[in-house]
Ligand binder design. Structure first.
Ligand SMILES: [Zn+2]
Length: 292
């Protein structure tokens, strides 16, 4: 009798221990911030199929995320390169003038990811992993600020960042900026070919969502609180894309549509919340703060 209850107690203890270790390995909180804004410009510049009655000018965030996890701090996307901060003149020295003129970036030096981390009480050298959704100028702009982190990319996206398809433009200062990547070649890359569970506990799931670019990826977070948050980045720019108007910049429209639907079904079946990279209204409501 004694022995049996002793075993039962031990088992119960183990179960409780397992339970508590699972709970503590989820994401504690995630901070949503922006590397300045783009705009204002007509929404049709991004989404050409918007019907006339829904057309408007937009000023959109350039979303970056800081994920607080017991196994190590994670940054998702690093925004525009620091060199384009504080005015058009700086922008045009680093980006193609046409991109500066269209996007009208408002990034100041204090908006850049290193300063954003400082504001939150962290520093670039404390970041364990940097997940880049893709290699475009407004998403992987500052990976070179993280020489000691593990950099998580889809392998195909690295190929594309270095050698885009001709139809996407191959200028060294195009939408893929060679100078954002050139000193990062010897960094430590986790080169993915599909989905990946970053910390092996289901809390930070990298989802392959190609279409916008060849190797775009999104991230699903399981929060301590029980919430599921999908950080779509450019798999879904903004609400109008969810409403069925496809983005005007795609490597493959078919892949883009499949990826968008994948995230939509996760929302509908799992009850996950989708937070989008360039949605002005959603950022106004939920940006600039920690989410638990
Ligand atoms: Zn973007």
């Amino acid at each position: 009798m004694m022995k049996k209850s002793g075993i039962a107690a031990a088992l119960l203890g183990m179960a409780m221990l397992a339970g508590s270790s699972v709970a503590s390995a989820q994401v504690k909180q995630v901070y949503w911030t922006t590397s300045g804004k783009f705009g204002p410009f007509p929404i049709t510049g991004l989404i050409p199929t918007i019907p006339q009655d829904k057309q408007r000018d937009v000023t959109v965030p350039v979303s970056m995320w800081v994920v607080d996890h017991p196994k190590g701090l994670v940054v998702i996307d690093t925004g525009n390169n620091v060199a384009i901060s504080d005015g058009m003149d700086n922008c045009k020295k680093y980006w193609a003038a046409a991109n500066c003129d269209f996007l009208k970036p408002s990034q100041t030096r204090n908006d850049v990811i290193d300063r954003q981390l400082q504001k939150l009480g962290h520093s670039t050298d404390k970041v364990k992993a940097v997940i880049s959704s893709h290699a475009h100028l407004d998403h992987a702009g500052n990976i070179e600020m993280f020489p000691n982190a593990i950099h998580v990319f889809q392998k195909k996206e690295l190929y594309q960042g270095w050698w885009p398809e001709k139809f996407q433009g191959r200028a060294a200062n195009g939408t893929f900026v060679l100078a954002d990547l050139d000193n990062a070649r010897d960094f430590n890359y986790l080169e993915l070919q599909g989905d990946y569970d970053l910390y092996g506990d289901g809390s930070i799931q990298i989802l392959s969502t190609p279409g916008h670019t060849l190797g775009h990826q999104s991230v699903k977070l399981k929060m301590d609180s029980g919430r599921s948050i999908i950080i779509s980045q450019d798999a879904i720019w903004m609400q109008e894309n969810l409403d069925g108007h496809p983005a005007g910049l795609n490597y493959s429209v078919q892949d883009y549509t499949n990826s968008l639907n994948r995230l939509k079904f996760m929302r509908d079946l799992e009850g996950a919340e989708i937070l989008m990279a360039h949605d002005e209204n959603q950022y106004a409501k939920h940006g600039g703060k920690w989410h638990k």
